[in-house]
Write a protein that binds this ligand. Structure first.
Ligand code: NAI
Ligand code: MG
Length: 351
C-alpha cells in the first residue's frame, strides 16, 4: 500500500460545494475498496471569501498548496464579483505557479446522455489545451483611456519549450489510445505564432512515427466537431483554441454537468488540479439538483494521475451505469434524481 496522499480541497462557490461533497463521498467509497489513503484539507477560498476579506485566497495561498499531492476544486464565481477577479485571483495563479501546462478534457458520449446532435454516437476523444502561455498572456496594455484614440494591445506568446511539451504530451497520450492527433491551427491567417506552432508540432511528430497527425484550421475544425465528432482521438490546441474547442466538444457530447477537466503538471514537480468544467451555477445553487458527475469524473482523473488507475476506472464504470439508468439521472439530463440520490447510487455501486 502506498503512503497517504494529501489532497487540498477547494469547494469554491455555489454548486461547487455540492458537487465536491458528492465527489468526496465517491472517493471515500472507492478508496476503501482499493485501500487507498487520502487525507483532505479544505480551504474556503471563494468569492464569498473575497467579499469578506478582499482576496480570493490568502497571500501565502500558493505556498500552502505547494505541499499537497493534488488539488480538487469545485467552481468559483458569484454574482457581484467580476469573473476576471475570481479567475485571476485563484485559478490562473494556481495553474501558472504550479506549471500546469496541460489542460486535459475527455469528451465522451454515454448511454442516457442525449447529444444535441442527431449523429453523435461513439464519440470518445480528448482535448489537450496548452494552459500557461499562448493568447492568455499578461503582456500588453492600454493607452489613451477615455480618448477617441483609446487602444489595447495584447501579445500572444508561443515558445519552443511550451509548444514542444504540449505536443509531446498529446503524442504520448495518443499512443495509449487510437494513435491519432489533430493539431488546431490558423497558420493561414495568423502569420507568426501559428506557423511556428505548426513547425514545432511537425518536428515533435517526427519523433513519434507511430502516431498519425493531421493539422486543421480552427474554423474548419470547429465545423468538424459538430459534423463528425467520432473521427477525433486526441486534439491539441493553443490556450485560446483549446478553451473554445473543449467547451464546444462538451456541448456536442451532451451536458456541461458531466464534463471533467485536469490541469496537469506532467513532470509531477507541483500538484495538479482537478475540476469539473462547469461553473458555480448560481441559478440552481443550494437546491440539491446539480449534476455531480463532472466533479466525480474529475476525481477519477485525480485518482488516475496519483497512480490509482483501477480505482479511477471503477468510478467511470459506476458513472456509466448511473447515467444509463433513468432513475439516477439529474434534471439537466432529463431525469428526476437529485444530487444526493445520484451520489448514493454511485456509492452503492462502488462499495
Ligand atoms: P455555469 O457552468 O455555472 O452554468 C451554466 C448553465 O449550466 C447554468 O444554467 C447552470 O445551471 C447549468 N449547469 C452548470 N453546471 C451544472 C451541473 N453540474 N448540473 C446541472 N446544471 C449545471 O456557467 P455560468 O453561468 O456562465 O457561470 C456562473 C459562474 O461560474 C460565473 O461566476 C463564472 O465565472 C463561474 N465559472 C467558473 C468556472 C470555474 O470555476 N472553473 C468555470 C465556468 C464558470
Ligand atoms: Mg472555458
Amino acid at each position: 500500500m502506498m503512503s497517504e496522499q494529501r489532497i487540498a480541497v477547494i469547494p469554491g462557490d455555489g454548486i461547487g460545494a455540492e458537487v465536491i461533497d458528492s465527489a468526496r463521498a465517491v472517493l471515500d467509497a472507492v478508496n476503501k475498496r482499493h485501500r487507498i489513503e487520502f487525507s483532505y484539507t479544505e480551504f474556503d477560498w471563494s468569492c464569498e471569501r473575497y467579499t469578506r476579506t478582499g482576496a480570493m485566497m490568502p497571500d501565502d495561498g500558493i505556498d500552502t498548496l505547494r505541499e499537497f499531492d493534488a488539488i480538487l476544486l469545485g467552481a468559483v464565481g458569484w454574482p457581484g464579483v467580476a469573473d476576471h477577479v475570481s479567475l485571476w485571483g485563484l485559478l490562473i495563479p494556481i495553474r501558472r505557479a504550479f506549471r500546469q501546462y496541460v489542460n486535459l478534457r475527455p469528451i465522451r458520449t454515454f448511454d442516457g446522455v442525449a447529444s444535441p446532435l442527431r449523429s453523435a454516437e461513439n464519440v470518445d476523444f480528448v482535448v489537450v489545451r496548452e494552459n500557461v502561455e499562448g493568447e492568455y498572456s499578461e503582456i500588453g496594455g492600454r493607452l489613451n483611456r477615455g480618448f477617441p484614440d483609446e487602444m489595447a494591445v495584447q501579445e500572444s506568446v508561443f515558445t519552443r519549450v511550451g509548444v514542444s511539451r504540449i505536443a509531446d504530451f498529446a503524442f504520448e497520450l495518443a499512443k495509449t489510445r487510437r494513435g491519432y492527433v489533430t493539431s488546431a491551427t490558423k497558420s493561414n491567417g495568423i502569420v507568426h505564432t501559428l506557423p511556428f506552432w505548426d513547425e514545432v508540432v511537425a518536428e515533435r511528430a517526427a519523433l513519434h512515427p507511430d502516431v498519425r497527425v493531421d493539422s486543421e484550421h480552427i474554423d474548419a475544425l470547429a465545423a468538424k466537431f459538430v459534423l463528425q465528432p467520432e473521427r477525433f482521438d486526441v486534439v491539441v490546441g493553443s490556450n485560446l483554441f483549446g478553451d473554445i474547442l473543449s467547451d464546444l466538444a462538451a456541448a456536442v457530447a451532451g451536458s456541461i454537468g458531466i464534463a471533467p477537466s485536469a490541469n496537469l503538471d506532467p513532470t509531477r514537480r507541483y500538484p495538479s488540479m482537478f475540476e469539473p468544467v462547469h461553473g458555480s451555477a448560481p441559478d440552481i445553487a443550494g437546491r440539491n439538483i446539480a449534476n455531480p458527475i463532472g466533479a466525480v469524473w474529475s476525481a477519477a482523473m485525480m485518482l488516475d494521475h496519483l497512480g490509482h488507475a483501477t480505482a479511477a476506472a471503477d468510478i467511470v464504470d459506476a458513472m456509466t451505469a448511473t447515467l444509463a439508468d433513468p432513475n439516477t439521472r439529474t434534471a439537466d439530463l432529463g431525469g428526476r434524481a437529485d444530487t444526493a440520490a445520484v451520489t448514493s447510487a454511485l456509492v452503492q455501486r462502488l462499495r
